[in-house]
Design a binder for this molecule. Structure first.
Ligand code: NAD
Ligand code: TYD
Length: 355
């Protein structure tokens, strides 16, 4: 059964893409979108959605009374849990909200679901998590699989690991019907401009330095956001209860290569008279910076027939084009947040490094 879906964090980057995706593929589903509208969440991400099928609720996942009311009022049968503090650099400068939202918030949702769904099997609590819980890989190590032991190394990944453990505990202890997805780095429309790809696009457009941490040789596995949304949907529809599925793009560029590709795309799509890669600036590394992530996605492919549609090349092109066409969105979401303060706090103290 999937009729009344509580999406948490649905005004953020992946959550808002998922809301659009689900409304498109499931014409009869009603979505209740619970979001606290932190700096990372915005109603700008939800413009034009049909009111009768998408109800937005401004509130916090740690508010047990509110979550209970929503379960009762809307007869929630499915939870898709995105709400989180999601930026590693912010977790280094201020970990407290990560503990509160990612751990206490997930606990609150699980515990209300346990109470309201007691004995029911026609329900699902889906938890959206990250590859960062697995830690960091040596250059020649095999990719993370669903059975790789957890080894989180930042306050962000440690708080997500804690939430994953709680979700599994509710499955084993109380039989709550859960599923989990651990996904690699997403990119695409509506990503808040603090993350690597949109930050680089927007800094480059403004002629500002492109701050590459350390030597820029760190490796992430990049996935276009709609491919992630489809993966979550397949797990909701056909995934096994109590199971975890790894989702990733199979792309293994270094951070420096990503920035260079963005520069090349901007040279083509928004020429500035001089190559954008002249702006690349190596800066002091992130403390505890994970060196490499890679995902083994064979379980998603063989059990659920999922694979990404977008290549890194096509996805990056779509993303750069989207930001070029949505500079008004960028202005709106950065105006309402503390974005300037964030740039000062995270970047002004970083020393520049010669490479
Ligand atoms: P985001 O930071 O863009 O959005 C998070 C949303 O959650 C925002 O709308 C925010 O307002 C909301 N929120 C935060 N605290 C809340 C609270 N206490 N109560 C209610 N709402 C709250 O994050 P994202 O990049 O869209 O990530 C969504 C989920 O996917 C997170 O759980 C993240 O850990 C996971 N994930 C992200 C990536 C990635 O590359 N971005 C990769 C894998 C997994
Ligand atoms: P980010 O988008 O913050 O995602 P995550 O830390 O969850 O992987 O960063 C992606 C990579 O880019 C990561 O290795 C850190 C690096 N990075 C920079 O080099 N410079 C930056 O300004 C940012 C934000 C990230």
């Amino acid at each position: 059964m999937m009729k009344h879906v509580l999406v948490t964090g649905g005004a953020g980057f992946i959550g808002s893409n998922f809301v659009r995706y689900l409304l498109r593929v499931e014409p009869d589903v009603q979505i209740i979108n619970l979001d606290a509208l932190t700096y990372a969440g915005s109603l700008e991400n939800l413009q034009g959605l049909p009111h009768e099928r998408h109800v937005f609720v401004h509130g916090n996942i740690t508010d047990r009374t509110l979550v209970t009311e929503l379960f009762e009022k809307y007869q929630i049968d499915t939870v898709v849990h995105f709400a989180a503090e999601s930026h590693v650099d912010r977790s280094i400068l201020g970990p407290a909200p990560f503990i509160e939202t990612n751990i206490v918030g997930t606990f609150t949702l699980l515990d209300v679901a346990r109470e309201k769904w007691a004995g029911r099997q026609d329900v699902r609590f889906h938890h959206v998590s990250t590859d960062e819980v697995y830690g960091t890989l040596a250059p020649d190590a095999p990719p993370f699989s669903e059975t790789t032991p957890y080894d989180p190394r930042s306050p962000y990944s440690a708080s997500k690991a804690s939430s994953d453990h709680l979700v599994r505990a509710y499955w084993h202890t109380y039989g709550l019907p859960v599923s989990l997805t651990n996904c690699s780095n997403n990119y695409g429309p509506y990503q808040f401009p603090e993350k690597l790809i949109p930050l680089m696009i927007l800094n480059a457009l403004q002629g500002r330095p492109l701050p590459v941490y350390g030597d820029g040789q760190q490796i992430r596995d990049w996935l276009y956001v709609e491919d992630h949304c489809e993966g979550i949907y397949r797990v909701l529809r056909s995934g096994q209860e109590g199971e975890t599925y790894n989702i990733g793009g199979g792309n293994q560029p270094t951070n420096l290569e990503i920035v260079q590709r963005i520069c090349a795309l901007l040279d083509e799509l928004a020429p500035a008279g001089a190559p954008h890669d002249r702006l690349i600036t190596f800066v002091q590394d992130r403390p505890g910076h994970d060196r490499r992530y890679a995902m083994d996605t064979r379980k998603m492919q063989t059990e659920l027939g999922w694979q990404p549609h977008e290549s890194l090349e096509s996805g990056l092109r779509r993303t750069v084009q989207w930001y070029l066409e949505h500079l008004d969105w960028v202005a709106a979401v950065t105006r309402k947040s503390d974005f300037k303060d964030w740039l000062t706090a995270n970047y002004d103290q970083r020393e520049r490094k010669q490479q």
